[in-house]
Write a protein that binds this ligand. Structure first.
Ligand code: MSP
Length: 628
């Protein structure tokens, strides 16, 4: 990450006409992970979120509920605050557009723009959508209806104030062209450049009070209130106290916005023009994410909407929820949310990969103690240190681009490498041999180092689990990224056993559904495939199964454990030919009795025209290595 020490990050301010749901939570969670990451890197961070409380939508929702708009806004704004509290969001400020501190800055900016001749009064007639709170041009209208709501538009004619946005079109295009990552990812930059190929209209920034009372009065004409988007965008400035305030001067030059793709245009077009006209620097980056789609889930308790989706955090925990949404959605693209995919990731990545590593490492460290001399490090230990250093570098690069899914994949690549290191070094076997105490101590030291590394690196993403890991290794320091170095520890710390960090979720419901699906027809999803656990295994012994022509009884090593697997390959392989071979096996099959021998897994083989070949590797991998 480039050396930058000040960082200001904003989320959209959410409308108070709907309760917090998955979409709002996603944006706020990734903003939180980013803010935590930058704090971990030592940056001076300001993280803002809040609620957008003016406009027709809110006024109408309040009227339907039979309460005043303010009472309505108070209630839902509190619900957002509470949701973020429950999710462990670490925002520094929460702005509400009904607060005087915001209204003051909006009015000051309006007055300054009016004084500078940037705002004029004009008559306007057009087709208006009350849901969107905006006029639609003929080109945008679909079948005479609002393209968004598909409801009829109302033709209204009125005098309004306009912001001279059109005059900034040339400047804006040039700015976007000169700063390739001003709007990112690139697809959204291209979308805006495409939009800017047509002439840009001036922006109506007022609403007559005869039509809408619920807004900030224009300082120069109290027959009008401010258009809700003009009001809302200014929150990013007003929350810092506005121009002249020390906080504004410090943080504004480093502002980055984070939004969903639905509100690209106001942020990528109106907002830079407004800032330019007001003589304020424009933001450094507009980071745009895609949309969560719901549906298509097969689980009996499947989520059907964005509110139910957010409720999964209560069922499975905040860390698991955070992990899932960050790992599953490629930043900038849409993603599908389903409970099966959630549970699949929880079991595979959290319970298996991370949970097992932490349980194994802490059990070893707690069980085999800290005394004795530490032997010299070998290539395997050094490879772990290198994998951790490489992962940290790649996480940093990913976070620079808001690529949360990549950052997590890099950390998990390192977790995989360390799990294989445990399999390969076999600390349980080392512990049985007094002559290898020094080697055991070196492996334990490396594992303690890895645990400390994880306790830091996971903090932005899985804050609760990271804190538990740090506590287990007795790391009481405030986590800092520059301390995430494997190879730093000189002595083995006292470690407490930490198991069940992420308990496995019973996949019974998924299994029941799968059992009903006809076998061998149709395509399966990647999630269905990922439930088949394939691993590399080394054949350590092979013998014929008595009275069977076809079956061989194989003893295979998966690194940590040995298993018996019965394979129907006796007509094609002599037992001796198989010993020492690395094969591919399915490890999560139900046990099966074959000619009196219990088989715990299945060896993969291909066959055609009476020939059979067992799957082997074309380069070496340790037993236990995952196959996908
Ligand atoms: N009040 C405006 C924003 C003003 S910002 C100056 C607004 N509010 S909103 O409540 O509708 O929130 C929209 C934002 O919520 C999206 O930009 C996105 O961040 C998030 N999401 C809402 N639904 C979403 C999905 N289904 N998927 C992902 N995020 C979405 O617009």
């Amino acid at each position: 990450m480039t050396a930058r020490s000040t960082f200001y990050l904003t989320t959209p301010i959410y409308y108070v006409n709907a309760r917090p749901h998955l979409g709002h939570a996603y944006t706020t969670i990734i903003a939180d992970a980013m803010a935590r990451y930058r704090r971990l890197a030592g940056d001076d961070v300001w993280f803002l979120t809040g609620t957008d409380e003016h406009g027709d939508k809110i006024a109408q929702a309040a009227a339907r509920a039979g309460v005043s708009p303010q009472a309505y806004a108070d209630e839902i704004s509190s619900a957002f605050r509470a949701a973020w509290g429950a999710l462990g969001i670490t925002h520094d400020d929460f702005i509400r557009t009904t607060e005087p501190r915001h209204q003051k800055v909006v009015q000051a900016i309006l007055q300054a723009l009016r004084d500078a001749g940037e705002i004029y009064l004009d008559k306007y007639g057009g087709n208006y959508c009350f849901g969107c709170e905006r006029f639609y041009t003929d080109k945008e209208i679909v079948d005479g209806k609002c393209p968004d709501h598909r409801t009829p538009l109302t033709y209204i004619e009125e005098e309004n104030y306009f912001f001279k946005m059109s005059k900034y079109q040339g400047w804006l295009i040039e700015h976007i062209e000169r700063h390739p990552d001003f709007i990112r990812p690139e697809r959204y930059r291209n979308e805006i450049l495409g939009f800017l190929r047509d002439p840009l209209q001036d922006l109506s920034i007022s609403r007559p009070r005869t039509r809408l009372e619920w807004g900030i009065p224009l300082p120069f004409d109290d027959k009008y209130v401010t258009y809700v988007w003009f009001d809302a965008l200014i929150n990013y400035v007003s929350a810092l106290g506005g121009p002249g305030d020390a906080r504004f001067e410090k943080f504004w030059p480093h502002v980055q916005h984070l939004i969903g793709k639905d509100i690209l245009k106001p942020h990528a077009v109106y907002w830079p023009c407004m800032l330019k006209a007001a003589g304020l620097p424009v933001y450094t980056h507009l980071n745009v994410h895609g949309y969560w789609n719901i549906g298509g889930g097969k689980m009996s308790k499947s989520v059907g909407n964005v509110v139910e989706a957010l409720a999964l955090k209560d069922r499975y925990g905040n860390d698991a929820f955070r992990y899932f949404v960050m790992r599953e959605m490629a930043f900038g693209l849409d993603a599908a949310f389903s409970e099966e995919a959630f549970v699949g990731r929880l079991n595979a990545d959290l319970a298996n990969d991370l949970g097992n590593l932490v349980a194994r490492a802490t059990t070893l460290l707690a069980g085999f103690g800290t005394d004795g001399d530490v032997g010299a490090s070998d290539a395997g230990d050094q490879a772990v240190a290198r994998a951790a250093a490489e992962a940290r570098r790649l996480v940093d690069a990913a976070m620079e681009e808001f690529a949360f899914q990549r950052a997590l994949a890099e950390i998990w690549a390192c977790i995989g490498a360390v799990n294989r290191y445990v399999d390969a070094t076999q600390p349980w076997a080392l512990a049985k041999d007094p002559a290898r105490r020094g080697r055991l101590a070196r492996v334990l030291l490396t594992l303690a180092d890895v645990l400390q590394w994880l306790g830091i690196m996971l903090e932005p993403f899985l804050p609760d689990a990271a804190a538990k890991i740090r506590a287990a290794v007795g790391d009481a320091r405030a986590p800092r990224l520059d301390a995430a170095v494997v190879g730093r520890l000189q002595t083995i710390p006292t470690v407490e056993k930490l198991s069940g960090l992420f308990p496995r979720i019973e996949e019974k419901n998924v299994d029941e559904q799968a059992a009903k699906a006809p076998a061998g027809v149709g395509r399966i999803t990647i999630d269905e495939f990922s439930r088949v656990e394939l691993r590399v295994a080394e054949v350590v012994a092979a013998e014929p199964v008595p009275k069977s022509k076809k079956l061989l009884k194989l003893t295979v090593s998966l690194g940590e454990e040995q298993r018996t697997m019965v394979a129907g390959i006796a007509e094609h392989y002599a037992p001796a030919d198989l010993v020492g071979k690395k094969v591919v096996v399915v490890v999560n099959l139900e046990p099966a009795m074959l000619m009196g021998v219990e088989s715990n897994g299945m060896v993969l083989a291909g066959s055609a025209d009476g020939k059979l070949a067992v799957l082997t590797l074309d380069r070496d991998l340790p037993p236990g290595a995952k196959v996908r």
